[in-house]
Structures are given as C-alpha cells and as structure tokens.
Design a binder for this molecule. Structure first.
Ligand SMILES: [Zn+2]
Length: 283
C-alpha cells in the first residue's frame, strides 16, 4: 500500500560517530518499537484471493529468528574505531540492527531483495523498466516501525457485502524515491500470521470479538520470509512509481498490486526463499 506524501528528513550524524553509537546500541538495545504514530498509514492489506498451486509451495515457512547477521557483526563489531573491512558502511543495515529482533527480520528480507534486484531476472527487469536506478533506490530506503492497527475489522460495503479490513502491512509515500522511509506495521502481516476479528453490528454498537483470521501477503502466510520479501518489493513498487497508489484499503487495488509484483517476481521470490533455507537461515 502507499500513504500520503510525508517524506521524513534523514539526519545523518558523522559516519564515525554512527558506527560507534550503533555498536554501543547493539550491546544495550531491546526489541522495543520505534514509535512512529505521527506517520500512521491507513489500513490495508497485501493479499490476493487465488493463486496457482505453485505459488503456495513455500507458504508454510516457519519463522524462527534469522541467524544473526554474521557479516554485519564481523564488519561492525570487531572494533568501532577501525571501521568496516571493505566497502562503505551500510547505514540502513546499521540502523536496522538497533531495532532488535524485528530489525533482523527486516534486514534478512532486505538482503534477499537486494540480491534479487542485483541479478538479471524478470523481477529486476520489471522494476528497472519504471526506474533504471530501482536497485539503488531500494538500498537507500529507510525503515520505521509502527505499533499500528492489529485487528481485522468487518466493514459493510454499500452493496451490503461484509468486507474484512486487515491491519496494514507496510506503506511508503508514492514516488518517494531515494531515502524514503518504509513504515512497517509491527502488528501487520510482515511480523504476524493471524489477528482477531472485531465485528460491529451497528454504527454505534460495541465491537465484539468474532474469531481469528489468518493474515497473508498474496499466497504467503504472514510472518514468513516470502511474505516479507513480497511486501518489500511491493513497497519499492510504490517508491519508484511502478505501482499505482492503493491507499484506499477497500478498493482491492492493494491486492491487485501484489499480484502484479508476484507476476513479475514469483520465481525469484521462490528461489530466494529456497536458497535462504539451504543456507540454514530458515527452517
Ligand atoms: Zn500498496
């Protein structure tokens, strides 16, 4: 999904100070949420009604925490004063490491997406068609966590149909480009596989618990690696204008946009998840 333009100015301290402070924060950080309520996005979900069976193969991924990012630890924890051993520091990664367990999940999916976009395949070509710098833009994207909506709410359409409004998964300003911030709902399908359903029988009635509902991203169960990779690719689609705005959560556009992403990227997502599992990062 996307939400109204609200680019956040990035304030980057000097790199050396950041390296030191990020290392220190790693030692003391807890998985507390960054509170980003001022940039709350409207509710929506990334899901699609039906997909070929093939799509569902990796939807039963379970989610132990990813193996800690050894490469990051090796690069930044050896000595805060010696700097990274090679290449410029990945400042986005450093900041994600200060987010605790959720930051590791974001960074794990982010690395998979970076690998997909760096290779020649139908997915990277599809994004480059909209912006030749798609991979670089994705690498520059910042992330923020929102302790956002957590329940599925039933809504009656104008035709009387009962619709399920899911807690949103992620949002980024449309066409925001380099350094935009992707807002991730800590209670959405990026991190969670199911949510309570709240039903309100009348406009003024009290919302009542009406069961649980699985959260999905397209064909993938929520809180799985393929769901997270798909979500990040979907948000990149908004950041570079590859996908149209879908912030009207009851329009069904968000699901259609996820289908577009999967049409171009399904094979790469599947291969990426398989490679990750083979490396032992996801059991
Ligand atoms: Zn969207």
């Amino acid at each position: 999904m996307s939400f109204a333009r609200a680019r956040q100015a990035a304030v980057l301290p000097a790199a050396a100070h950041l390296l030191l402070s990020a290392t220190l924060m790693l030692l003391s950080s807890s998985p507390a949420l960054s509170q980003v309520r001022s940039r709350r996005a409207s509710a929506a979900t990334h899901s699609a009604p039906t997909f070929p069976r093939d799509f569902l193969e990796s939807s039963d991924e379970t989610n132990p925490l990813p193996t800690p990012l050894r490469s990051a630890a090796a690069r930044y924890n050896s000595s805060p004063f010696s700097g990274p051993s090679s290449g410029p520091p990945d400042l986005v990664q450093l900041r994600l490491l200060t987010f605790g367990a959720r930051g590791l999940l974001i960074e794990q999916a982010r690395q998979q997406v970076l690998a997909i976009l760096a290779a020649e395949n139908s997915c990277s070509a599809w994004f480059r068609k909209a912006d030749p710098a798609a991979a670089a833009i994705f690498e520059s994207l910042e992330f923020a966590l929102d302790d956002g909506p957590k329940d599925v709410v039933t809504v009656k359409s104008t035709s009387g149909e009962i619709l399920f409004k899911h807690p949103y998964s992620a949002g980024v300003p449309e066409n925001a480009g380099h350094d935009a911030t992707v807002l991730l709902n800590a209670n959405g399908s990026f991190f969670t596989s199911a949510a309570d359903i709240l039903r309100r029988d009348s406009d003024r009635g009290v919302a009542r618990f009406a069961g649980r509902r699985d959260l999905r991203v397209g064909p993938y169960a929520g809180n799985t690696l393929p769901a997270r990779i798909t979500t990040l690719l979907h948000e990149l689609g908004h950041a570079i204008g590859r996908l149209p705005d879908d912030s009207d959560e009851l329009s069904g556009l968000s699901m259609q946009n996820t289908e577009r992403v999967l049409h171009a990227c399904h094979a790469e997502i599947k291969a990426s998840v398989r490679q990750n599992r083979d490396k032992g990062n996801e059991r």
